[in-house]
Write a protein that binds this ligand. Structure first.
Ligand code: ZN
Length: 221
């Protein structure tokens, strides 16, 4: 079944979800917590549409394959085709903002990274991208004023600020469009701030985003 992005008022976006283009290490504090160097150009990867599930549903994860880390990220819904876009074109093409979990099989990823192998299976598996509904954008927002949080069982674990992104939204989306044509229904994940960790079974997750979005969900036991 194809995942169709939805807005907060329940309206379905007219295109099914396409690819999910992601960036690693877009917050210096997160790069440091994993002992990774801060990159000079964005480290891009793709999760397929088949990895998406609604964030509002109970979170299931392949716990039998090692530690599953949560990474809370600002998600951008793309409404227009973008290829080699300018920063102006890139930010005008964003029609909604929401939140996503970039679930990561950290043990599997670490083993693959050691061997310098591709790590798709650690990031692109079915269910690896719980995705919220999107708050519609009527105009380009002040990206640096956008913030989001994740609480796990009532404790603040992640707090992201648009102003702390190493590659801000407009230049990030423009750069992505130089490598991959972005199409209506594609989603961009903008990287995770510090505070990632293993997803605890049975935990309650509460997400908030500037503009009023709040999602409360639970991880399966
Ligand atoms: Zn991520």
């Amino acid at each position: 079944m194809r995942f169709v992005p939805r807005f907060t008022d329940g309206q379905a976006f007219p295109h099914a979800l396409g690819k999910i283009v992601c960036v690693g290490r877009n917050y210096a504090d997160h790069a440091r917590e994993l002992d990774n160097p801060v990159p000079s150009e964005p480290l891009l990867f793709i999760k397929p549409a088949t990895s998406a599930v609604p964030l509002e549903s109970t979170i299931e994860a392949p716990f039998s394959r090692g530690e599953v880390h949560y990474e809370t990220e600002l998600a951008l819904l793309i409404g227009e085709e973008l290829s080699h876009a300018t920063t102006d074109e890139a930010e005008r093409a964003v029609v909604g903002i929401g939140l996503a979990l970039d679930l990561t099989l950290r043990d599997v990823q670490s083993r693959l990274k050691e061997k310098a192998h591709p790590w798709e299976i650690a990031k692109a598996f079915d269910g690896a991208c719980p995705l919220s509904v999107f708050q519609p954008l009527a105009q380009v927002p002040n990206w640096s004023a956008i913030s989001f949080t994740l609480e796990v069982d009532g404790e603040l674990r992640q707090h992201g600020e648009g102003s702390e992104m190493l590659f801000p939204v407009a230049s990030l989306v423009a750069e992505m469009s130089r490598h991959f044509t972005l199409q209506p229904g594609d989603v961009v994940l903008t990287g995770t701030p510090a505070g990632v960790g293993p997803l605890p079974r049975g935990a309650e997750l509460r997400f908030t985003l500037t503009g009023g979005l709040e999602v409360v969900t639970r991880v399966v036991e």
